[in-house]
Design a protein around this ligand. Structure first.
Ligand SMILES: Cc1cc2nc3c(=O)[nH]c(=O)nc-3n(C[C@H](O)[C@H](O)[C@H](O)COP(=O)(O)OP(=O)(O)OC[C@H]3O[C@@H](n4cnc5c(N)ncnc54)[C@H](O)[C@@H]3O)c2cc1C
Length: 284
């Protein structure tokens, strides 16, 4: 399939991109790496008359780590996440998760911003950003605002971003303690059947902080406050991990599709959540 005819725009700065979005309204979409949008256009599941390519906007790229705060430009590719040594040191869970996205070809083009902005429940970065407590930086005609990743996702492909807003960056505090990103997929390059991000901090043998989020187990990513709470204050022994897995499992709502029936997905989810928590605890 080839996409329907469209006009291609390549602005040099955010202000020009916003002006094009305002001018063309519903007929326009921004283009990042194109690895979600172009396939949708080819399948005629997305009709876009004006594509606004963000790749010349230098302000949207790059990774900054200042005073323990990590800021990632929306146009930073998944490959750049993997290659950045300072990021691997400050927030190794990002590298671990990015290495499990698709394959090198997709990761060379696919951006963090496209992955997070889109609202595809199969994407790995949204759950990860919820686990990290990240903030999404949006800019539109009315100015800039921040939305917590935990408040951004409303339903599949429905988010708190207005159509005339651009995601410019994502920021979060460099996480402390142990981490793990676990993902079960049918084959290399596939989206998750179930995935889980876990962060666990231990002090003096007790868990002082924990954050658990899941991917592709509902129509949005799911951050389970209850799963984290089940670990906090415990030694993360078997009873506590059982309680955390039960709490996280209660928060998901998988549907049957070509990755399997609901019972299978629930079973896989429980295994993956447990693995993520146990590995995060072992690294804490
Ligand atoms: C074969 C294959 C396998 C894949 N497997 C996985 C996987 O396992 N896990 C995974 O997470 N992803 C996977 N992906 C998706 C891939 O990571 C995408 O590239 C990514 O999700 C979207 O990023 P992009 O830069 O390509 O965005 P694009 O396709 O360019 O854009 C996606 C959507 O987001 C919007 N958008 C993009 N950037 C912004 C912005 N800055 N502000 C506002 N809106 C914006 C666009 O308008 C569009 O609607 C796979 C893709 C392919 C082709």
């Amino acid at each position: 399939m080839i996409p329907a005819r469209f006009e291609y725009h390549r602005p040099a700065d955010v202000a020009s991109a916003l002006a094009l979005l305002s001018e063309h309204g519903d007929e326009a979409r921004v283009l990042a790496g194109g690895h979600s949008l172009i396939p949708m256009m080819k399948l005629r599941m997305a009709a876009v008359s004006h594509l606004i390519d963000l790749q010349d906007i230098k302000d949207l790229s790059g990774i900054r780590i200042e005073g323990g705060r990590v800021t990632i430009g929306a146009m930073t590719t998944q490959h750049e996440l993997i290659e950045n040594a300072a990021l691997a040191e400050a927030a190794p869970i990002l590298r671990e998760a990015a290495l499990q996205i698709a394959d090198p070809q997709v990761r060379y083009m696919g951006t963090v911003g496209g992955n997070v902005a889109n609202g595809d429940p199969g994407n790995d970065m949204p759950g990860l950003m919820q686990c990290l407590g990240a903030v999404l930086h949006l800019t539109g005609p009315e100015g800039s605002r921040e939305v917590a990743a935990r408040d951004y996702y409303e339903a599949a492909y429905m988010t708190a971003r207005e159509d005339d807003e651009i995601l410019t960056a994502i920021s979060f505090d460099a996480p402390m303690g142990g981490y793990a990103y676990e993902k079960q997929k049918r084959k290399i390059g596939d989206y998750a059947t179930a995935a889980c991000a876990a962060l666990v901090t231990m002090e003096g043998g007790r868990c002082t902080a924990a954050s658990i989020a899941m991917t592709n187990l509902s129509d949005t990513p799911i951050w389970s406050e209850e799963a984290g709470a089940a670990l906090i204050g415990t030694s993360c022994d078997k009873a506590a991990v059982d309680a955390a897995v039960a709490a996280a499992s209660a928060a998901i709502n998988p549907t049957e599709d070509n990755r399997g029936p609901v019972d299978f997905k629930r079973h896989v989810a429980a295994v993956i959540i447990r693995r993520a928590i146990e590995r995060a605890v072992s690294r804490a």
